[in-house]
Design a binder for this molecule. Structure first.
Ligand code: ADP
Ligand code: MG
Ligand code: MG
Length: 883
């Protein structure tokens, strides 16, 4: 088996299509080398090595050692240096690279191959002893941290102490001789920590680093990240071993990261940061404040340090040519890492850049205009779940801002919450339902869970490409980074800024669009879908087959959904209307009535209110179909539970409190979810459903007379398990329709159908379809009843189930395509066999989940329905599913 793949100098074993085998980094390094770009040569140990390593109790395949030796020899020949040769040493980086980019999750070791002898060789070769020792001390720090488990703080403390003793502020002030002293202290620290010396043999170092990368695939950080982004553990990571180039060789050397377009806004124009005389991770680590890539960016940010365009104009020109070439080649915005060694440019990485939703839209739409991609491709380029970011509020312009501090606008959007200074605490508070803002000096991969739990993130240090900024953009969290005015005291759980003190629990607002951190909670305004968003939606609507409806019942929600493009209502939950203050008394009177006559009297009071509710909805939805579900929950849900409420109801209804309590006890059930609810109520108390049906049909007549537009109602009977239930209730609803028509002279346009939310209903779909004109899959209940799992109780052990791999995803978030999916497929097939024009939709929460929407497309449903704010997400996801 071939385990090792070489890349470099115009030819490579692999290319961009080998991501699965070589990881994203390895495949793109191979591709860039093939394109003739200046890539330091190297080789990739494939992801198959990782898989084999874990399959064999962390042992490597037998042929691996020989293949690595062979690749190393070829590399030596190519760069004309020898690994471990004191006279002419080859140094390498050892870099991880999974299929999907996992920023910061894996660790890279630079300058590998150094020891006392090769460091002297490097000094002689470069003519710069200070540089050689700078590289050496970096290597000891990184290798010790990543491979040997001696934390980098150990070395930072030594260095800080040394600088303090010598009154230095910058590392660059340290002389070669002084680095020697520091290095001696470093080595002693390793000896003290481990009881054995730092490894000097380059081959030992190499295998140590390779094993550390493969080992890190299973570390907690990586496992957490994979769970969060649904990356299977079986993918494995590759390891790239690459000849070093040096950005720390003086003032004409540099290292940087860049995007070919602005990843926050999508604006065209290069975007990035770099550092002169620095290496690799210095830029993202936030140790020094990086310089802007371009002059225009520097001016925009008001930065005083020269940009790369100004400081290194020739390499900059060369670099931008490479940007253009890569963008044209990949036909997408690229995120690029590069290094300049004594004026010579080297490319170290390229990949499709992570971007905000706003940038994703703009880039996709711009690229269509530029002729780089077509409309369908543009539709496929935008991640539907990411749109969520744009569908959330921004701070009201009219609001008088109380600015606490200003930093960089690292990730857009705005959010308010309680300040918290620790990721575990952020997670804990969020778990209690609190909205929190994570405030940190800087973030590291250990903070991922805290960032996820937070509404927004603020850091005191770090640039636009710092860990916090990159991760926040990926997660869609607003972020302000590098707010240098903020002084954080994490121990005391507070920060100070502009003379004020904010303690844990105080509410602040983050505006990721301006970089401001505000005191208090700011009022937010609703987003609008215009410009690029609207353009992409037009293309999406052209591409999709399924309709998109909404789950809504209040006029405000229905209106929002309409503005977001909902093509009807998939679920109007009438019981939500029962709780409104003006009618709950009548509802309770109806429930408490001990005779049918009493119920009918109370229902007569509710009827006009329900009719008005439906009329409001029909006015907004005009002739678009509205699925209205008749009463579903068990009646006791409407009864008062607290003594005060009981007294109030007793007064209002004239029923004695004791009698009331008695009735409540009568109605209480052991398993209300499986109890007297849904159509079972309709069977026992037909007058309730008749009242609701009447309200619907009268509202239709009312609106039609008023506007001339004919509303379309789909009357939905919930929780049907047997065809006979539906048959009985359908007759009654149809009778009401005829009565209303006779009374009003208006013939209502309506269908009668059912929810499929019980396994029996799915299995008996053919019988049921004989009486149903439509099915709507109520996948919340269908998931509960298929698994025999209560959604309200699953939280307690869901984590264990995800951990153990029993559930790949929370089945209440993303549909269980195997089990629940099977029932849906069966119901679709049997239902359609009985009635070929049967209308099919989904109204569970899954209707707004892109993966579940993909499933609905493949199951052949006619529409999905979701909450108003998810309608645009569903439109895009439905388009992608159809393409
Ligand atoms: P990450 O996945 O965390 O970005 P990388 O493997 O890309 O890690 O390495 C981080 C940085 O280290 C790179 O951006 C680059 O600046 C530096 N680096 C990696 N390999 C080399 C190399 N062969 N020569 C010089 N610098 C390197
Ligand atoms: Mg890294
Ligand atoms: Mg990188």
């Amino acid at each position: 088996t071939k385990w090792v793949y070489a890349f470099g100098a115009g030819s490579s074993d692999g290319d961009r299509n080998d991501k699965n085998l070589l990881g994203g980094k390895g495949a793109n390094l191979a591709e860039m080398a093939r394109l003739g770009l200046p890539v330091p040569p190297g080789f990739t140990l494939s992801t198959a090595v990782c898989t084999a390593y874990y399959a064999n109790e962390r042992a490597y395949p037998a042929e691996l050692d020989a293949q690595v030796e062979e690749a190393l020899a070829a590399l030596e020949a190519q760069v004309d240096k020898r690994f471990g040769d004191p006279a002419n040493p080859l140094l390498v980086s050892v870099r991880s690279g999974a299929r999907a980019s996992m920023p910061g999750m894996m660790d890279t070791v630079l300058n590998l191959g150094l020891n006392d002898e090769t460091a002297e060789g490097l000094a002689a070769l470069s003519g710069d002893r200070r540089f050689a020792l700078d590289s050496y001390r970096r290597f000891i720090t990184m290798y010790s941290d990543v491979v040997l488990g001696v934390p980098h703080e150990t070395f930072e403390d030594i260095l800080d102490m040394f600088k303090e003793d010598h009154d230095y502020t910058l590392d660059t002030e340290i002389t070669a001789e002084q680095w020697e002293e520091v290095i001696a202290q470093y080595k002693q620290a390793v000896q003290d920590a481990l009881g054995h010396p730092f490894p000097t043999d380059p081959r030992t170092q190499l295998w140590g680093a390779i094993s550390a990368v493969f080992g890190s695939w299973m570390n907690d950080r990586a496992v957490t990240y994979r769970r969060m982004y649904d990356i299977p553990a079986s993918w494995g990571t590759a390891v790239n071993v690459q000849a070093m180039v040096f950005g720390n060789m003086g003032e004409t050397s540099a290292t940087g990261v860049a995007f070919t377009r602005d990843p926050s806004t999508g604006d065209s124009g290069y975007y990035g940061e770099f550092l002169i005389n620095a290496q690799g991770e210095d830029v993202v680590a936030g140790i020094r404040t990086p310089q802007c890539l371009t002059k225009s960016m520097r001016e925009r940010m008001g930065d005083t340090q020269p940009s790369m365009e100004e400081a290194l104009p020739e390499v900059f020109a060369e670099l931008t040519k490479v940007f253009d070439q890569l963008e044209r080649h990949y036909r997408d915005m690229q995120d690029i890492e590069f290094t300049v060694e004594r004026g010579r440019l080297w490319m170290l990485q390229t990949r499709s850049g992570k971007r905000t939703a706003r940038a994703a839209l703009k880039i996709a739409v711009d690229m269509v205009a530029e002729g780089l991609i077509g409309e369908e491709e543009a539709v496929l380029r935008v991640d539907p779940s990411q749109l969520d970011q744009l569908l959330h509020p921004t701070i009201d312009d009219a609001y008088q801002r109380d600015v606490l501090a200003k930093g960089l606008p690292a990730s857009p959007g705005a959010a308010s919450g309680k300040a918290v200074f620790d990721s575990d605490e952020a997670e804990a508070m969020a778990g209690q339902g609190e909205k929190v803002i994570l405030v940190r000096v800087e973030t590291s991969p250990e903070d991922i869970h805290g960032m996820h739990a937070a509404q927004a993130i603020v850091t005191a240090r770090g640039g636009m490409t710092s860990h916090a900024a990159v991760v926040a953009r990926g997660m869609g969290r607003p972020c302000v980074s590098g707010a240098g005015e903020i002084r954080i005291n994490a121990g005391e759980k507070l920060f100070t800024a502009r003379g004020r003190t904010i303690r844990q629990g105080d509410v602040i607002t983050v505006d990721g669009a301006t970089g401001e951190v505000l005191f208090g909670a700011a009022p937010m305004i609703k987003p609008e879908l215009t410009g690029d968003f609207a353009a992409l939606m037009v293309w999406a609507d052209k591409a999709r087959r399924m309709k998109v409806r909404t789950n809504a019942e209040t006029p405000a929600d229905v209106q929002t959904a309409r503005e977001f493009g909902a093509e009807g209502i998939g679920l109007c939950r009438t019981e939500h209307m029962f709780f409104d203050a003006d009618r709950i008394a009548a509802v309770r009177e109806m429930i408490l009535a001990d005779s049918q006559a009493g119920r009918v009297k109370a229902l007569a009071k509710i009827l006009p209110m329900q009719r008005d509710d439906f009329a409001d909805i029909f006015r907004i939805m005009e002739d678009r179909p509205c699925t209205i579900r008749l009463l579903d929950p068990p009646l006791h849900e409407f009864l008062p539970h607290h003594a005060d409420d009981v007294r109030a109801v007793a007064e209002a209804t004239g029923v004695a409190p004791e009698a009331l309590m008695e009735r409540a006890r009568d109605l209480s059930e052991s398993n209300p979810m499986l109890g007297h609810r849904g159509c079972r109520l309709g069977i026992t108390y037909p007058e309730i459903y008749e009242m609701q049906a009447r309200a619907i049909f009268e509202a239709q007549a009312l609106v039609e007379r008023e506007t001339g537009v004919k509303p379309v109602a789909e009357v939905m009977i919930p929780l049907v398990a047997a065809a006979r239930e539906l048959e009985i209730l359908k007759v009654r609803v149809a009778a009401v329709a005829r009565q209303v028509e006779a009374e009003t002279g208006v013939a209502p346009i309506y269908l009668i159908g059912t929810m499929i939310e019980l396994p029996r209903a799915a299995l008996r779909a053919a019988d049921i379809a004989a009486h149903a004109e439509f099915f709507s899959f109520g996948t919340n209940d269908l998931t509960q009843t298929t698994y025999g799992l209560s959604r309200d109780d699953a939280g307690k052990f869901l984590g264990d189930y995800l951990e153990a791999g029993i559930f790949e995803k929370d089945p209440f978030v993303s549909i269980d395509q195997d089990g629940v999916g099977d029932l849906i497929r069966i119901a679709v097939e049997r239902g359609r066999s009985a009635r070929d024009d049967l209308k099919l939709g989904i109204c569970g929460e899954h209707g707004g989940d892109p993966a579940s929407i993909g499933f609905c497309e493949s199951a052949g449903l006619d529409y999905v329905s979701c909450s108003p704010y998810r309608v645009p997400i569903a439109r895009l996801a439905a388009a992608q599913a159809a393409l």
